[in-house]
Structures are given as C-alpha cells and as structure tokens.
Design a protein. Structure first.
Length: 118
C-alpha cells in the first residue's frame, strides 16, 4: 500500500489472524476513492462513500488473553485514518476509539501463539 502524505514504514504494528478463529470477528477493508483513504472496521456497512474491498483479517472485538487495543484515529485535514497501539499519537489526529484487539509483536518472543499446519 502507498499511503498519501509523508508516511514512512516502521515495521509490523500487531499480529492478527488471516482466518476465522474462535472469538474473532472479520475486520473489513474499505476504500474512499475521493479521499484515497483505506478504512478498516468491524462494521460491515460503514456510513459514507466507502467501497467494500472484503475481509482484510480477523481480530478480537474485546480484550482477550495476550491481546492489546488497536486504536483508530482520523486526520480531518488529510482525510486519512491511522491505526496504532499508541493511545496518544503526535499530530492532529482525532481519536475514534478502540477498533479491535490484536496480538503485540513482542508476544511472539515470550510465548508461541501460532501452530504450524500441514
């Protein structure tokens, strides 16, 4: 993905499931053509001119063992959404609450949470 603005890749923010797992819900991906913005949400029918692009991944809608909140922010001037584990990012971002819960990247160092399937 090539976001607009002065974004710089900083690595993986969290881990989520690529398949439905007990207790998880789909996180849908939408695109706003005019704003050139991608939007990720548990809501399968958000308000506005969003074009559905399918299920992006699965995450928990509530706190689950080993997970942490992923917050959604909106920048009105840039018409852009931002998702992070940081509850207070720098800049003119308006908090829109916790969108879902996911596994932090450092959890893999502490405990194996995924199994290999043949």
């Amino acid at each position: 993905s090539h976001p607009k603005g002065d974004w710089k890749a900083q690595g993986i923010e969290f881990y989520a499931y690529s398949f439905k797992y007990e207790g998880t819900v789909p996180i849908y991906r939408f695109y706003h053509k005019e704003n050139k913005d991608h939007f990720y949400t548990k809501n399968s029918h958000p308000k506005g001119d969003w074009k559905a692009q399918g299920i992006e991944f699965y995450a928990y809608p509530f706190k689950y063992e080993g997970t942490g909140p992923v917050y959604r922010f909106y920048h009105k001037k840039n018409k852009d959404h931002f998702y992070t584990k940081n509850s207070n990012p720098k800049g003119d971002w308006k908090a829109q609450g916790i969108e879902f819960y996911a596994f932090p990247i450092d959890l893999l160092k502490k405990k194996r949470i995924f199994q290999s399937f043949k």
